[in-house]
Design a protein around this ligand. Sequence first.
Ligand SMILES: [Zn+2]
Length: 544
Amino acid sequence: MKRLIPLILSTLAVPAAAQTQATPVAPASPRPAPRLVVAISVDQFSADLFAQYRNRYTDGLARLLGGAVFPSGYQSHAATETCPGHSTILTGNRPANTGIIANNWIDQRAGRPDKVVYCSEDERVAGSTHDSYTVSDIHLKVPTLGERMKAADPRSRVVSVAGKDRAAVMMGGHKADELWWWDGKTYVSYAGRAVPPVVQRTRDAVAALVARPQAALPLPGWCRGLDRPINVGGYTVGQGRFARDADDLRGFRASPAADAAVLAMAAGLIQDMRLGAGLATDLIAIGLSATDYVGHSFGTQGTEMCIQQAELDRAIGGFLDVLDASGVDYQLVLTADHGAHDMTERQVERAMPMETHIDPQANAKRVGAAIGRDLGIAGPVLLGSEGDIYLDRALTAAQRSRVLAEAVRRYAALPQVAAAYTAAQVAATPMPTSPPETWTLLERARASYDAERSGDLLVLLKPRVTTIERPGPGYVETHGSPWDYDRRVPILFWRKGRTGFEQPLSVETVDIVPTLGAVLGLRTPGVDGRCLDLDPGPADTCKF
Ligand SMILES: [Zn+2]
């Protein structure tokens, strides 16, 4: 217990070692099902970041490196954002089937003035907007693994906790027993849910932490090579160590302490609910969001991300200590919702001339206005900004086809644009079945396509063109592209006593559910993924 970080200690009611050991059900076969599934998503944990730091981990992530390591997992779809990515991890389905095509999309039929719909909101609730929303699971069209486990045995319990509502909802699904997320101020759930004591303790511990100024975190020796200032739009990043003033909630969110708090709450819920010691296998999903906020705020190649990686490793180690002390046989998987690459300014300094910000001329509002002027059509003509672009529903059928043809022509002529596809083109593309790194752009777009929610036009930018027009504090780097730096993420499986191995060939995050299903002896029909054999020997995980 000594290694546990203070936040975990202060949040747990009883040290795990002092608790009664769980009583595992007597194994009926040489390969009994685990009693608990632990699924961790590290937001924006790209395969490149994993490759950069994997030899530096000494704690929790180092342990996972001794399991089944898939360094080239793919969030295979085009729209590599947080909500679509999380929707694939525990459903086994690509966004084309989960319905979660983006973090936000436009629904011109929405019965409110704001036609932008957020992925995990219920836009039917009076007074809500896409940025002041009521959290909901209504947009997720398929069941999660937790729901499948509950359908097979209603005694299974499902818990989901995360630093973002969209991570908690997309991994927890529709029937979670406990579902908690950070709302910018504290941890909350759906209206009317009772607050478990450990959630209240986490709230109190974090409130006390945020109320005090925080000293800089130590810089590991191996981070020193990254310690240099980079000027981004008039201010400097690259040398941060997470010192912050009292009451800096945004600073807390983009710091290692935010992940430690979510892990502490998860550990406490496992203890208090005695997850893994019930009558059926339980599941906990954990969304760690700080890596994403650190990346967006500071990029991936400064001291900030280096410290974040060291602290993430340590916090996961502390969490695994609690799990071990419980005596529960757990199957763990860790992956990410998407990747990322470093920000423009540092790339330019390192002489990578392809790197650039999006030209404002590519914004749909400008393109739409120009088309409207030339064709003599009033109104916005095009809705959206980049990516999925929508034709104004007020257009007549004749106007629609003229506007669409003109928009494709204009976008295709822009130097930063890789492709401009109509919805009909994407819809006519078969869902790809080959390895994800071989997919065409159109096939990547197909895996993100939903007939009701996708744009009438999809615009994809060339590699290394960032959608950030002008960087600002907290937003210097982003992701969301169809390119592999945003698609590739690690997938790590770990279970006590299992022999580890590494499989370098590409796999997909949608493979996680059929694989965990096989480990649990649970059939998972209707998924896009395939079962991965986690056994390096002659036995085959997938034959059950
Ligand atoms: Zn994300």
